[in-house]
Design a protein around this ligand. Structure first.
Ligand SMILES: *Cc1c(COP(=O)(O)O)cnc(C)c1O
Length: 320
């Protein structure tokens, strides 16, 4: 099956060489500008939403429900997509959802500004829950779904970050926009559809697909494998195993949603040379891995940084 698409973004997004950064690093460094999708303040979620919205529309649902952190980029963009379709958008959120094993981090960005403000302007209905483990948030989302259904609404559920197989498919397609070959593609990875899509496309090809984890959960590669299985079943694309996903956890810092020292330095570094902003939750952490690479020199000579957007988080205040 080939998923249908509801056009939203200006594709292909720009792909260009970072001249000054390349010179500073003695590296051939390029950037893919998914911060510039042209849809609802940009970011990688616009790609996923092209396929999700097509399915929402076909389903005839009156309400859409997802979950996440209150500062979620996905909720901000989903809200606009729902506005365009004329369906209600609901989001079950916590200010700081976390992994029980790692504990609740301090200094995470809260949800009173940035993305949440934009989402509220786009009429997203937030269902707020006290901070807890991600699994608790997923269960709360299901409660909200049942409540909406008991009111007679047909509800379309979307997993956190838009990572259903449709989100992964969007990134499989996105890989086809690259007109250059790279030794390594580096990007921020979290709910997984970006990495599953790119890794599926480059499976068996020489390009290394390296996700920089923005979540400290070690079992994340298993979740990616499950998503890959879903993608393979629905579309016939090859199924990848947990070992096929290369993830680096060294740049998470103090936890999901907590700006890292290295990320802040990376943001200033890139801004000064190229005039390009990074976001504190995802892209700054991923870019800090590229700067560290110059110490370990393990990415090859021609590297692509896939900028996944997230810029409204620059306007977020920390929770504490
Ligand atoms: C969601 C998001 C990511 C991670 O993408 P996934 O497909 O969820 O792994 C990276 N960067 C930004 C800015 C995001 O909003």
């Amino acid at each position: 099956m080939i998923p249908s698409r509801f056009p939203l973004i200006l594709a292909p997004t720009p792909l260009h060489r970072l001249q000054r950064a390349s010179e500073s690093l003695n590296l051939d460094l390029w950037i893919k500008r998914d911060d510039l999708t042209g849809f609802a303040f940009g970011g990688n979620k616009g790609r996923k939403l092209e396929y999700l919205l097509a399915e929402i529309q076909a389903s005839g649902a009156q309400a859409v429900l997802t979950c996440g952190a209150a500062q979620s980029n996905f909720i901000r963009q989903l809200g606009v997509g729902c506005l365009m379709l004329g369906v209600e958008c609901h989001a079950a959120v916590m200010e700081v959802p976390f992994d029980q094993g790692a504990g609740r981090p301090k200094g995470a960005l809260g949800g009173r500004s940035g993305n949440r403000r934009l989402a509220e302007r786009a009429k997203v209905q937030f269902h707020d829950f006290p901070d807890d483990d991600w699994e608790v948030l997923f269960a709360q989302m299901e409660h909200v779904a049942r409540e909406l259904e008991s009111g007679g609404k047909m509800v379309y559920r979307i997993p956190v970050g838009g990572s259903s197989f449709l989100g992964a498919y969007a990134f499989y397609e996105a890989a086809k926009e690259l007109t250059e070959e790279f030794d390594t593609i580096v990007f921020a990875s979290s709910s997984g559809s970006t990495q599953v899509g790119l890794a599926t496309y480059f499976h068996g090809k020489p390009t290394r697909v390296l996700g920089i984890a923005c979540d400290p959960e070690p079992e994340i590669a298993q979740d990616y494998a499950a998503l890959s299985k879903e993608l393979a079943r629905a579309t016939g694309l090859p199924e990848l195993n947990a070992e096929d996903f290369e993830l680096n956890f060294d740049y998470v810092g103090d936890g999901y949603g907590v700006p890292s020292k290295k990320g802040e330095l990376a943001t200033s570094w890139l801004l000064k040379r190229e005039g390009i902003w990074l976001d504190p939750v995802y892209s700054a952490k991923a870019f800090s891995a590229i700067l560290a690479n110059m110490v370990y020199n393990e990415m090859g000579k021609k590297v692509l940084f896939w900028h996944t957007g997230g810029l409204p988080a620059l306007f977020n205040d920390p929770t504490e």
